[in-house]
Design a protein. Structure first.
Length: 484
């Protein structure tokens, strides 16, 4: 998911709607992923002597951008659209009128940019998101990215007395780190993950959002009697399921369970909290509470069915409000909740949620104008650009603020309320950032997807997923990361 935006046939949003095409044999490595892995492994890349000379550092140009150098920006064309980025580019062009900016947007990030990484001629700024998101762990491990610390330590766009890093939401800087202090990624959007639903539909069932799993089953039974499925999800891309399942595991067993999973520790997936949550989700399938045909639906189709009232709940990220804007009814009253737990024995309170940065922006190490790429990000992290993004795409940004004076949409308002309820109980699983193929194709498609389609029992799914995790832990070709 690298991002808040998965791909998008219409729109996509935090990645995380990163769509990886399902391999013909479930669990096998996809060709694009392997080609990128091998390409990066073999391409330390020639030294491209075409770097722009640094400009003079001034109060208005703290990063020392060469004001005549070209700057190239490639955006993932997903659920957040292009307009917010194009607006920010106009500010860059106004500030550096002699510089020529080349802006483009594509859903095919990997196939478009992989050859350019190999040739040592990448763009200066990339929104690395979507179905063809390049593997962050590989990029970092092969020294393909520039350290963004100069950006973070530069004066913020609005207040020269504040560093950029001091204007960001909690966790954003840490998300961009892999080992030690360097920051390789700037996650621009701020995504609230959880269970999304229509408050109007829930009210029609005379029900409250369920806090325990018995209550969840009772609500789903009510929905079923009225001809509505309890749940649907992106069946073709079942790595959407963790958007609610992972924080549920953390709620039930404590955040240390998720840390152990991220760290690829032996038997991490065999923790009782994992089994309890897998059993709970499998119960949705066994009791017929999943919308018929869900395993064959992609993210757009499942969201459309849900928006049309065919299912009550869907696991997703906050990009869904923008991505489904054309199908969500005006009176839908979109809402999000932290995941339902098992019962009062859960280690963390109700409200425990997954919220983190999405839409990962990177500056390649061999960019011709890395200062220009970082300056474009500095502009985007201003209050004005943040408000522009939030207003246009119904999502928060990494900028800690930017909502004053804005009329919040129902989903955005609900997301802000969910964050307030969570308080310090915000989880941030890193598996999807550190091990993309493991998360999407193996845990997602070959594990959770098969279980929720009824082709694996929870015990079988856990055994299979633990095997994938163990193999990744032992694979010396993979750079491994751990919570510090």
């Amino acid at each position: 998911m690298g991002s808040t935006s998965a791909e998008n046939t219409g729109n996509a949003g935090v990645g995380r709607r990163d769509l990886i095409k399902r391999s013909a044999a479930l669990g096998l490595i996809s060709v694009p992923t392997m080609s990128f892995l091998s390409a990066c492994a073999s391409s330390g890349g020639d030294d491209n002597g075409g770097k722009a000379k640094a400009g003079k550092k001034t109060a208005k140009n703290p990063l020392g951008v060469n004001d005549t150098a070209g700057m190239e920006f490639v955006l993932f064309d997903g659920g957040f659209g292009k307009e917010y980025a194009q607006d920010a580019v106009k500010i860059y062009e106004k500030n550096f009128p002699k510089a020529k900016v080349k802006f483009s947007a594509t859903q095919k990030i990997q196939s478009t940019l992989q050859p350019r990484f190999n040739q040592g001629t990448p763009p200066d700024l990339i929104d690395n998101s979507g179905a063809e998101q390049m593997d962050m762990g590989v990029l970092v491990g092969k020294n393909q990215l520039a350290d963004l610390t100069p950006l973070l330590d530069a004066p913020s766009y609005d207040d020269p007395n504040k560093k950029v890093r001091d204007t960001l939401r909690p966790g954003i800087v840490e998300m961009g780190q892999f080992d030690g202090n360097p920051v390789w990624i700037m996650y621009y959007a701020y995504t609230v993950y959880g269970v999304w639903y229509s408050q109007k539909a829930l009210d029609s069932l005379d029900a409250q959002y369920p806090k325990t799993w018995d209550e969840m089953l009772a609500v789903c039974e009510k929905a079923k009697k009225k001809g509505m499925a309890g749940w649907t999800y992106a069946g073709k891309y079942p790595y959407y399921l963790p958007f609610s399942l992972y924080p549920m595991i953390g709620k039930v067993g404590g955040r240390e369970v998720l840390d152990a999973i991220d760290n690829l520790e032996p038997n991490a997936w065999k923790h009782p909290a994992v089994k309890a949550c897998f059993d709970a989700y499998y119960e949705l399938y066994k009791k017929g509470y999943i919308l018929k045909g869900t395993p064959g639906l992609d993210h757009i189709q499942s969201q459309t069915a849900w928006a049309k009232g065919k299912a009550l709940f869907i696991p997703n990220g906050s990009w869904v409000e923008n991505e489904s804007a054309n199908v969500i009814p005006a009176d839908f009253n979109l809402a999000v909740s932290a995941p339902t737990g098992i019962d009062s024995s859960d280690k963390m309170p109700f409200g425990t949620i997954w919220a983190s940065g999405g839409e990962p922006f990177i500056v390649p190490a061999k960019a011709k104008n890395p200062e220009g790429g970082m300056e474009q990000l500095r502009i985007m992290l201003s209050e004005a650009s943040s408000k522009n993004f939030t207003t246009k795409v119904k999502s928060l940004t990494a900028f800690n603020g930017g909502t004053s004076g804005i009329s919040l949409t129902p989903g955005l308002k609900s997301g802000v309320a969910a964050l307030k309820l969570a308080g310090d109980n915000v989880l941030n699983p890193r598996l999807q950032d550190w091990y993309v193929q493991l998360q999407k194709e193996q845990i997602g498609v070959a594990g959770l997807g098969e279980m929720m389609a009824g082709r694996l029992t929870p015990a079988e799914a856990i055994k299979k997923i633990q095997g994938f995790a163990d193999a990744a832990a032992k694979d010396s070709s993979i750079k491994h990361y751990k919570h510090q």
